[in-house]
Design a protein around this ligand. Structure first.
Ligand SMILES: O=P(O)(O)OC[C@H]1O[C@](O)(CO)[C@@H](O)[C@@H]1O
Length: 430
């Protein structure tokens, strides 16, 4: 992973070259804290040990029994879906199985899927760290029933990833389902490089070891200086910019294969850093598409953003045919890749010219190594940001209120939050 901070200097008042030097001494202290957390396998920090600790053979063995399914349904939400979906979206080709991520409980969408998919040739990958998430368990019950209605023995077509306790673990034990264990100390949004994110990759036959090697290469660069670690450089720079008003981070991959990566990043950044009234709001964008929808705001709207542009340095290209149509000859003979590269560099320059901070992140190509580098790099960047901002990066207490309210509304227990829902003030305009 390569991180270029050139376009943050002088674009934001106070962000000068020496600011990074001053920040670097704090990065050294934060790195020591992170190292200690890794050595002691503390909650959260343990995720950075995964390149060393993940057992890819165990994952491959657990899914061995499923021979080349036509479809894979992953039932999981948040970190229990986004990591797997990001790796799969980056690496899949038409030769791979069709994959579906049931990470919502929209009946229309689920009906449409279950009415069309060949359940007989489908593997169900159920993932929940806590094993108690309502959406995941509800969807699993629905999929079980749909398979039973189709005379498909769901327990022969299901693999589970979960912790040692919880409803899902009980269900898996009761039906003797193959279970992958969620590693200790790894929060959902930091679990892409573990059993949680790699089960689908194993089912698809991706090179798990190459993904892990990519991650390990970023792990090797973690050091006491942001000038040696692209991950820390990104974490420290986005923190410094947030301190100076850049409270939105628009992540803009210039690769359709990385569109899910922006979704994954949004959970990582929002759920980790949104604490105690601070945080940097992730916005998803796609290059070049969103140059034609959101760039106007990024360039001329409030000065409250940093734009992160991500691209592979190498990709399979396609020529644009020669044309003698008036005004189009400049396109003919070049390629889509060259056009996209021009768009990327022009967008960077246009933001800088408008005094808008932007950061370039590159990988060599979107392959197993590349996606491993990106996932690990952004996790380490997030942890560094969290250390500098002094927030508890690995918890998400604010999501529990809504869970209790929803559970109470469905009769799943007495929760004061559910009562509060009934007290909603109404000012209905229709
Ligand atoms: O893996 P689980 O326990 O089902 O949780 C799913 C997601 O829900 C959250 O706990 C938020 O509600 C996320 O942190 C997590 O990734």
């Amino acid at each position: 992973m390569y991180v270029d901070l050139g376009n943050i200097l002088e674009t934001t008042p106070g962000v000068t070259p020496d600011i990074l030097d001053r920040l670097d001494s704090r990065v050294a202290t934060a790195h020591d804290r992170i190292q200690t957390g890794m050595e002691n396998e503390e909650h959260g920090y343990a995720a950075l040990n995964l390149p060393e600790t993940v057992d890819t053979d165990e994952i491959k063995t657990a899914v061995d029994r499923f021979d080349d399914p036509e479809s894979i349904i992953t039932v999981g939400i948040g970190g229990s879906a986004l990591g797997a979906a990001t790796i799969d979206a980056a690496l899949s080709t038409p030769d791979h199985a069709d994959t579906y991520y049931l990470d919502n409980v929209d009946p229309e969408a689920i009906n449409a899927l279950l009415e069309t998919i060949d359940l007989e040739d489908t593997v169900v990958n159920v993932v929940s760290r806590s094993g108690t998430t309502a959406e995941t368990l509800a969807n699993f019950l629905v999929v079980q029933e749909a398979m039973a209605d189709a005379d498909v023995e769901w327990s022969d077509r299901t693999v589970v990833t979960t912790g040692d306790e919880g409803n899902l673990r009980d269900l898996a034990d009761a039906h003797d389902l193959p279970v992958l264990r969620v590693p200790d100390g790894v929060p959902g949004r930091f679990s892409a490089l573990s059993t949680v994110g790699l089960a689908v990759a194993a089912l698809q036959g991706y090179d798990l070891d190459a993904i892990v090697e990519g991650a390990a290469s970023e792990a090797d660069k973690l050091s006491g200086s942001l000038y040696d670690s692209p991950a820390y450089a990104y974490g420290a720079a986005t923190y410094a910019l947030a301190e100076r008003g850049a409270l939105t981070n628009a992540l803009m991959p210039y690769s359709e294969d990385l569109e899910y990566f922006a979704e994954w990043f949004a959970q990582l950044w929002a759920e980790s850093l949104g604490k105690d009234g601070v945080g940097q709001t992730p916005a998803r964008a796609l290059g070049a598409t969103d140059q034609h929808s959101q760039l106007q705001l990024y360039r001329a709207g409030p000065r409250d953003k940093v734009v992160t542009l991500v691209r592979p340095r190498n990709r399979r290209d396609r020529q644009i045919p020669e044309t003698d149509l008036d005004g189009l000859s400049y396109l003919g003979g070049s390629s889509l890749g060259e056009l996209l590269a021009a768009e990327f560099e022009a967008t960077e320059a246009s933001l800088a010219a408008a005094g808008r901070p932007n950061i370039r992140i590159e990988i060599d190509r979107v392959d197993e190594r590349g996606i491993g580098e990106l996932l690990y790099g952004m996790e380490a960047a997030c942890i560094m940001y969290g250390e500098l901002a002094n927030v508890s990066t690995f918890t998400q207490p604010a999501v529990e209120w809504g869970k209790r309210a929803a559970r109470g509304l469905l009769g799943g227990g007495e929760f004061e939050e559910a009562a509060a829902v009934a007290d909603k003030r109404e000012l209905l305009i229709e």
